[in-house]
Write a protein that binds this ligand. Sequence first.
Ligand SMILES: [Zn+2]
Length: 103
Amino acid sequence: MSPRKNYPKNKRPQSAERESTPSNETTEEHPDGIYIVRKLTGSASNKPYRCPGCDQIIPMATPHIVAWLDYDEEGRRHWHSACWAKKNNRGPRTERTRNAPRY
Ligand SMILES: [Zn+2]
């Protein structure tokens, strides 16, 4: 006799790691695509990040923004909240002025 154990197989996808959209996560539409924007309190961060907006370090334990294009989660970046807000409002290429003094 060989009794069969018919356990129902609950196949779980390995990717169950993903949290189901935390409430501090939003999507924003930008000229270059849809961004997923997550607000971090900073308490969980254990290393400083460089903000692509101002090229400065975001100190540890500082509330800031993590944002990435919806198709490019690997390319996510950490931003100062203020710099992210500025990115939103930034017009087309008004950043650099051309009137640097010549020597
Ligand atoms: Zn910044």
